[in-house]
Each structure stands twice: as structure tokens, then as C-alpha cells.
Design a protein around this ligand. Structure first.
Ligand code: S3P
Length: 427
């Protein structure tokens, strides 16, 4: 699908975005291991979270979907049954990596595969700790999907993550659910803690002391009602669009404001964004609230070290903002960008070249001078949802009509993106 985007004169309105992708995956997976029924409201409408539901169903756990409410009928920690065939994780790194921890503990062998992009993403980072716990793997070239996981009895481990990755942390903790005793994970920097909060909500004994997480194995998890906050990483596109387009004023409602995710808001405020939190409350251990953004000039800055890990999903759209900022943007310590749904350093640079924006690419980041003019262009998402949406935002500031090829990639996390953009942007 190709989308045409006209320059916007302003963005305005009050919007509700779909449920958080990270939290939806975790609620679905944990609910499938809980005893009894869980009702999950505002479940992500994205294809990725439906890949997770498809896997759970193939493992013998029934669910129903009514609008954005998903009801999952868990059968307890040992309630999964061998699937009839390989599991399909689609485009979803979270599905394959987090499910790997759970599949490693099953008394059967499972193969899990994904689309062409997922097939290029490294899995050694989850195979290593799970192998230490006692699982056995076969993978293409030793580390790429499809993964065949020979599950069995897992041992608890104490594991230090070599890279800051919430997916790997989750995978180890998920394996630890089935191990006798304590599984302990040390993180290099604090990554999103949705798994820890969700496990606690379902009744697990899990303790967090800054970068050390301790989980007691073999808990009884109990089905429950949960509400997923809207996705701050999806809100990022509208926050940046609001900042970029003169005259804009947007309110984004019921968005997740978990402190391990909100580096985005702190960073934007630190570079001059007039973003206000209008309301905040706690739901299922997660913070949720309404935020307001208005157009303003942005200074620009540096994203590096822990901040690079905390903003990793938002860097493509922040790169767009950086090109329009006063002083430009430098990104370092972000080599993880190269192994996302696409090599996001390369796909950002490719689309920047199409619109006449100067960028210097480095092995672990980019340098983007500020105050650049945005020319209308024919962009490509390269099949990456965040690239599709980042360049739709860039197109709002361009000097004419732009197109985005493979724009349907946005559906991986945010199928409503194009409609909401259409409703909020005045051409
Ligand atoms: C996610 C963790 C991050 C992020 C991804 C979702 C999660 O990946 O980029 O979009 O839900 O745990 P890494 O764990 O690879 O950093």
C-alpha cells in the first residue's frame, strides 16, 4: 500500500491511541499460564500482539476478542499442550524472544518462525541463557529463526544481561517461572519493567532492587482483569508531529507513563518541548495519564549511553525532529538500531537522502545537522512500522506532497495511525 501525505498546516485534537504493544504481549503470555480467565482491555490492535495471541491459541489456550478486549482462558503454569505445527511469530521480535523462555520449559518440542525480517534477527541472546537453564535449540546458522526449542526441566540461573534488552530479561524470567528456586537477572541499565509489574499483578513472587530482579519459580498465577495503557511509543509520532508543525496543539489520552519508558518525555522536555502531563494515575502497577503537546522550536541534543537504550524505538522519529531542530541531533551507543525490524540507521539515512536531508552515519548512530529544509519525497518503509510512521511525520513538514511505499507496515504496532493522522492534521 502507498500512502500520500500532504504538508500539514497544524495538528489538533484529543486522541486515544491503541494499547501498548510491550504490555499487551506480556499480559497475553502470562494470562495463558494463569489459572482461570483474564480479561484484558485496550489490547494492542497491532499485528505483532496478534502473532502472540495466535501462538497462545496454537498451544491450546482459548481466547476471545471483542473490540479491543481480549479474554484468555488460562489453564495454569503447566496448561499448554504441544502445537499441531510450527508457531508463527510474524514480524514480532518480542513474540519469538519472550515465547522462547516459556517454550523452553515445556515437555515438548516446538518450532517458531517469522517473516523475512524476523528471520534475520539474532536469537543467540535468548538461546544462551536458556541453554544454561537446560533447554536445547536448533537455529538457522546457529542463531537465526526458525528456532526449534527442545523444552524440558529448567534450572534457575543468575544471569547478567550482556546487552540492555527487556526482551531478553523477560525471556530469562519467563524460563525462571518454571524452575525450582530463584532466578536472578542483572541488567546493565534499567530496561522497561512491564514483565516485573505484570508478574506481580498475576501473583508471582518477584522483587526488584534497581538493576537486579529476583523471581521465585513455580508461582501460582491467577487470571484477572487488566487494562492496557495506550502506547507511548505510538504517541511519539504524534508528539514529534505536534512539535514540528507550527500551530499544533494535541492532547493524547490514557497513555502509558511508566518511568522505565518515559525517557522520551524527559528527553523532549530537556530539548525545549512544551509537553505537559495533565493527569496521572496507577492501573495494574502501570502509570497512565493524559499529555499535551504544542508546537515549539526544539534545541536538539545528544542521545547516548543509557538514554540511547531508553529511546531505542523512538530514535527514527527523533532523527526527523533532529533535522528540524536548532542545533541538530547526535546519536551514539545505539548499534541495537541495526538489528531491529530493519537496520534503522540505514533506513533512516536512505529516506533522509530522498528528502535532501544531510546525515552522517556512524557504526552505532548518526549525526544530523539542524535547521534543514524538508523536501517532499517518495519514501519507503522498507517493511518497518516505525520507519513508515517516522517518515509520515517528516512528510507533514515537507514542501509538497510525499508518498510512502509499503505504508501498511505501520499495522505491526499501530493500524489506526493513518486514520488518526488524517483526523488530526489539517492540510
Ligand atoms: C521491547 C523491548 C525492546 C524494544 C521492542 C519491545 C519489549 O527490544 O525495542 O520494541 O517489549 O520488551 P530489546 O529488548 O531488543 O531492547
Amino acid at each position: 500500500m502507498q500512502q500520500t501525505i500532504r504538508p500539514a498546516v497544524r495538528l489538533s485534537g484529543s486522541v486515544m491511541l491503541p494499547g501498548d504493544k510491550s504490555i499487551s504481549h506480556r499480559y497475553a503470555m502470562i494470562a495463558s499460564l494463569a489459572e482461570g480467565t483474564s480479561v484484558i482491555a485496550n489490547y494492542s490492535t497491532g499485528a505483532d500482539c496478534h502473532s502472540t495471541l495466535g501462538c497462545v491459541q496454537a498451544l491450546g489456550i482459548p481466547f476471545e476478542e471483542e473490540g479491543t478486549t481480549v479474554t484468555i482462558h488460562g489453564r495454569g503454569l503447566h496448561g499448554w499442550s504441544a502445537p499441531a505445527g510450527p508457531l508463527d511469530a510474524g514480524n514480532s521480535g518480542s513474540t519469538i524472544r519472550m515465547m522462547a523462555g516459556l517454550l523452553a520449559a515445556q515437555p515438548f518440542t516446538t518450532t517458531i518462525f517469522g517473516d523475512e525480517s524476523l528471520t534475520r534477527r539474532p536469537m543467540a541472546r535468548v538461546m544462551k541463557p536458556l541453554t544454561e537453564m537446560g533447554a536445547k535449540f536448533e537455529a538457522r546458522d546457529g542463531q537465526f529463526p526458525p528456532l526449534t526449542i527442545r523444552g524440558g526441566t529448567l534450572r534457575p540461573i543468575e544471569y547478567t544481561l550482556p546487552v540492555a534488552s527487556a526482551q531478553v530479561k523477560t525471556c530469562v524470567l519467563f524460563g525462571g517461572l518454571f524452575a525450582d528456586g530463584q532466578t536472578i537477572v542483572h541488567e546493565p541499565t534499567v530496561s522497561r519493567d512491564h514483565t516485573e509489574l505484570a508478574l506481580k499483578e498475576f501473583g508471582a513472587d518477584i522483587r526488584v532492587s534497581r538493576k537486579v530482579i529476583t523471581l521465585q519459580g513455580k508461582p501460582t498465577l491467577t487470571g484477572r482483569e487488566l487494562m492496557v495503557p495506550s502506547d507511548l511509543s505510538s504517541a511519539a509520532f504524534f508528539l514529534v508531529a505536534g512539535l514540528l508543525v507550527p500551530g499544533s496543539h494535541l492532547i493524547i489520552r490514557n497513555v502509558g507513563l511508566n518511568p522505565t519508558r518515559s525517557a522520551l518525555l524527559d528527553f523532549l522536555v530537556s530539548v525545549g518541548a512544551p509537553i505537559k502531563v495533565l493527569r496521572i494515575e496507577a492501573t495494574n502497577g502501570e502509570l497512565i495519564g493524559d499529555i499535551e503537546v504544542r508546537h515549539a522550536p526544539i534545541r536538539g541534543g545528544v542521545i547516548e549511553k543509557d538514554l540511547a537504550a531508553g529511546l531505542i524505538d523512538e530514535i527514527p522519529v527523533l532523527a526527523v525532529l533532529g533535522a528540524a531542530s536548532e542545533e541538530g541531533l547526535i546519536v551514539r551507543d545505539a548499534s541495537e538500531l541495526r538489528i531491529k525490524e530493519t537496520d534503522r540507521i540505514a533506513t533512516v539515512a536512505d529516506n533522509f537522502a530522498r528528502m535532501g536531508i544531510h546525515i552522517e552515519v556512524t557504526p552505532d548512530g548518526m549525526r544530523i545537522p539542524g535547521k534543514q529544509k524538508f523536501k517532499a519525497a517518495a519514501f519507503d518503509s522498507f517493511g518497518d512500522h516505525r520507519i513508515a510512521m517516522a517518515f509520515a511525520v517528516a512528510a507533514l513538514r515537507a514542501d509538497g506532497e510525499s508518498t510512502i511505499d509499503n505504508a501498511d507496515a505501520a499495522s505491526v504496532s499501530f493500524p489506526e495511525f493513518w486514520n488518526i493522522l488524517d483526523q488530526t492534521a489539517s492540510a
